[in-house]
Design a protein around this ligand. Sequence first.
Ligand SMILES: [Zn+2]
Length: 464
Amino acid sequence: MKLKFLGAAGEVTGSCLLVEADEVRFLIDCGMFQGGRDAGPKNRRGFAREFGRIDFVLLTHAHIDHCGLLPRFAWPRHGAGLPAIYCTRPTADLVPVMLADSAFVQSRGAARPGRRRGAVAETPLYTADDVRRLATRLAAVPYGVEFRPHPQVAVRLHNAGHIVGASSAEVRLVDNGRRRTLLASGDLGENSALLVRDRSPPPAADVLVVESTYGDRNHRSLQETETELIEVLHDTLQERRGNVIVPAFALGRAQEFLVLLYRLAKAGRARVPLVFVDSPLAQQAAEVTFAHLEALDEEAAEFHRAARARKLPFALRYTENVEDSMFLNSIRAGAVIIAASGMCEAGRIRHHLRHNLPRHECAVLFTGFQAAGTLGRKIVDGARSVQLFGESIPVHASVHTLGGLSAHAGQDSLMQWLRAVPRKPRTVFINHGEPLAAHTLSARLARELKWSPTIAEAEKDYDA
Ligand SMILES: [Zn+2]
């Protein structure tokens, strides 16, 4: 079969894999590039690409870097028509929410051209109408049940343990008259994650594509993460009397962080007076996430029941409108404010950073991966000042990264998943990682499993 990585090669965003075999052509994911100066042009190119015929799309999960360019198929001028998009039920529920938000963010960017270079192109790639058209093609399938998106192809989705509904795709097809199995890991989660159920073991495959976001390092344990968080909360809220600002991905991380706060406050290990979630998208994502209790960890379900019964050990508020959000700027102390975007490239988090970064008594607490070129990465890397809304804002707040809360598996956890693959695949590709991460994982696979993986290069034609 032929594979072409149209994104997430040498980087962690823009996931899009074109697969061709005897009579079939399909995509696994069709994501947006995020962060960095060249994201805008890459998205524009990706959106305008002429695919020719695409028989169907398999979508591993609803993060925008995996689904964000799907609305291209709602544009008949691209000639590809509207293929069916197969994913799990939670993903099918989340995608319209995520894409509608993306269309909205783009329309705002278009209203203020040149406001920011990079993350989002200046003219919108698609509109809410395109998203609505596209959403009619989402087809939900359960984990573990085989379905046939094409007469020559059988697919099963497996729980990837990353966010609600996230999956790895096992694809059986006929190639050159031979039966072959392709396994694409999608984004893999840690098994200690608090929000979703642990991932399923991988099935056997001839061709394996594995992500490598954290291929070069491990996360801290949940225990260490808790200790770290307790310290930051106590030091900032009680000692220094400031606020804790938490940039978090609206989908997944924001909900997981709430479950962690719940766990600590319930056990009396942290005193958290006020928690604000200042992200309409995070609120919508929470609604869909907690509507799928069957996919969630027991503690997450318990948090949800406590929230509904108004029995949480802290005051939790979702801001309803811009006025609510602006009101948060007047709160000087005692608040944990969770806002998107997770890498600080857009959204309300930028307002909270503007108001709290210059204050010595505040803390910024990162909870996830910060891609090269993003504002989040600059702050994590120790910038003394950053540009926000055309102003230079000094960084006086303390900056922390919670080591153990990533939705992505660390290196050991990736190895654990790879070791569980029942037999040695004929071909292994490493994608979805910055070069150092991909190379480090590759070296470890060669050393410990005697595999010889290929590190995926963008736009190259591979015969697998
Ligand atoms: Zn993801």
